[in-house]
Write a protein that binds this ligand. Structure first.
Ligand code: UDP
Ligand code: MG
Length: 351
């Protein structure tokens, strides 16, 4: 088994050597092959020089340097997708997470879980500006998504590589990794991890992050509940709106026939038209959504379901193995001008 440790780094010049000294003995102690993937997220404090030194000293240290600061989520995404290990462990560079927790998390994975995430039960951060908003956000996230969780913000997580490869992170979404993974069928477990106060450098976040997290929560809720069937959400709104328009229309006509109320002067007529338009908009939104889903999955040769195991079949079933298809398309595109517009099943056959 090979371990990949993914660490986003932004202006952490003082902690990097300490991270190296703390992490390496733990990794050697596991007896597994390992790599440490450090992603320099556009640091401007000399972190890059330190990273270069570390990479020179030890070939297990691999470094990616972004052209500018894209944020922790982007750095994490790069790490998850560039990692070559069978198990990927993510953690912060500032040593607030304790590397000595890693063997315990690996043992938990061995119990049959696909992803193990940390719970900073004894969190060492400011109470009012950090711990309280985090508690509220975690409670809310847990309620909205129905995913039992105490602490989504803990970066210390361990997951199997197939889970890491399957996840795409945008916005501030790195904290939603367990929920996104669970959505894709991963078995997740939470374990209590150690947490230390930041000793060097400064935190890159303040209270403002809470709002971004809440907005991301909306996205995650939509993705996990309606991504594959937008019409089920928007169509429902549309139908309700049409029903409302119909009732309002009947009322307008009835009022005219029974009470002689002038239709053009009746506000219910306006309501009928308004609700009719809104209903139409929702239905069209649903249709566009349905088209979007198909484009998203089929253009990449992805499926909306994930296969855990196959029996009496080759593990690399051509129908599910998207990499083969993508590779074949790339090769064909070089030689055949019409290849990009090729039908997927032709490409699969070619693969
Ligand atoms: N980080 C990053 N890009 C950013 C902000 C932060 O790569 O734009 C990294 C940072 O170097 C650290 C981790 O993300 O390794 C967590 O950041 P921080 O410790 O500031 O967050 P906190 O622990 O205070 O929530
Ligand atoms: Mg920190």
């Amino acid at each position: 088994m090979k371990l990949s440790i993914v660490v986003p780094v932004y202006n952490e010049v003082e902690t990097l050597p300490r991270l190296y000294d703390a992490l390496l003995p733990v990794l050697r102690g596991t007896g597994h092959e390992y790599e440490v993937l450090l992603i320099d997220d556009g640091s401007r404090d000399g972190s890059w020089d330190v990273l270069q030194e570390l990479a020179e000293k030890n070939s297990h240290i691999k470094v990616i340097r972004f052209r500018r600061n894209y944020g922790q989520t982007a750095a994490m995404n790069a790490g998850l997708h560039e990692a070559t290990g069978d198990v990927v462990v993510t953690m912060d560079a500032d040593l607030q997470n304790d590397p000595t927790d890693i063997p315990m998390m690996l043992a938990k994975l061995d119990e049959g879980y696909d992803l193990v995430h940390g719970w900073r039960k004894n969190r060492q951060d400011k109470a009012i500006s950090r711990k309280l908003p985090s508690k509220i956000a975690n409670w809310l996230i847990s309620r909205v998504t129905g995913f039992p969780i105490h602490d989504l913000g803990c970066t210390l997580k361990a997951m199997r590589s197939e889970i890491a490869e399957d996840i795409q992170l945008y916005g501030e979404m790195h904290r939603f990794i367990p929920i996104l993974a669970h959505w894709r069928g991963a078995r997740c477990a939470e374990v209590v991890t150690k947490h230390h106060a930041r000793q060097f450098g400064v935190s890159k976040y303040g209270i403002g992050r809470t709002f971004r997290v809440l907005l991301d929560l909306l996205t995650v809720k939509y993705l996990t509940s309606y991504m594959t069937s937008p019409m089920n959400l928007f169509g429902k709104f549309g139908l309700w709106s049409f029903t409302f328009a119909l009732i309002s229309c009947i009322a307008t006509i009835a009022m005219k026939m029974v009470g002689g109320v002038d239709m053009t002067g009746n506000p219910l007529l306006l309501l009928t038209v308004f609700a009719g338009f809104v209903g139409m908009q929702f239905l069209v939104l649903g249709m566009l959504g349905e088209q979007g889903v198909r484009t998203y999955y089929e253009s990449q040769g992805k499926t909306y379901y994930t296969v855990r195991t196959r029996l009496n079949m080759s593990e690399e079933s051509p129908l599910g193995e998207n990499d083969e298809v993508r590779h074949a398309l790339a090769v064909l595109a070089k030689h055949v001008p019409a290849a990009p517009s090729m039908k997927l099943h032709d490409a699969r056959r070619a693969a």
